[in-house]
Design a protein around this ligand. Sequence first.
Ligand SMILES: [Zn+2]
Ligand SMILES: [Zn+2]
Length: 360
Amino acid sequence: MPALTADSGSVKRSFRLEAFGAPLVAASEELPVPTGRGVLLRTLVCGVCHSDLHIADGHFDLGNGNRIDLTRSVALPRILGHEIVGEVVALGPAAEGVALGDRRVVFPWIGCGTCGDCRAGREHLCGAPRALGVNCDGGYADHVLVDDPRYLFDFAPLTDGQACTLACSGLTAFSALRKAVPFPAGAQALVIGAGGVGLSAVRMAHALLGTAPIVADPDRTKWALAMEAGAAATIDPREPGIARELVKGTGGGVAAAFDFVGSGDSFAFGFSALAKGGRMVVVGLMGGATQFSPALLPMKSATICGSYVGSLTEMAELMQLARSGVLPALPVTARRLDEVNDALDDLRAARIHGRVVVTP
Ligand SMILES: [Zn+2]
Ligand SMILES: [Zn+2]
């Protein structure tokens, strides 16, 4: 699909979800005109994310026959794609703080703006979300309309591809790690799951926690990537006795365990590796269940919490950190927007290393 130029008329071209479980379909519509504080971006890249597969399927499969139905929260047709980087091409009359030609990464986890969560700065937890690429149209299009310039972040000197991943996997990893800050000096951290988000957390751990985490993943083919990302060591959580060894080897356990898998097994493993006063942060949505003795919480004086994407404030903090150049880069492959269905198929078949971004 050719890029829109100034004289290509007022058409917005996209690939959108018209039926759950079916491929995305090429579509065109009238180019939106920003009103109020709105900003129209010409899409430069949009990251292809695992959650797009779940949205396209219409459900999150939690394992053990449990599903989260997405068909009621996602109205069709919908343009997916929430890892958006674009150039400002039109501004509403009240939009301030950005200028035509500015390149920006978008915070997509937008809320209703009026509920208690939104007013408290927790838009990403809003019960009536307007997240771009989920509840509102996103970045698998040559243009994206954003409600307010406050959702736009400068990302120089990062590349477009690096910047777009910060809005999703980067922010998710950052928000999870931040829940263990201040991190005790000299203590150890455990990252469970060496997938995309887990590896982002490994990359950020030095900057946020001041330590190189131990990475647990039964898939040994991921161990080299984890070490490259900055892990202190890699372990197989399915090895008998490994949790006890880990507690011994770390002088009483880890101060924080970040579970990017979210299964019964990964939770049990992470909790058993915690030191006294330790913190367990669950991010993954694999599902399943585990037996858990509540008495262990006071005995360990442990804290368990969940983490879901991240707030607008955390996005600002993350951008500052990333732009300072302290985070190692993620491998990024670019494809054309009209290949987005192929990219999603490759992601489903686990044929993708690093991140794929599509470009209109
Ligand atoms: Zn994502
Ligand atoms: Zn809200």
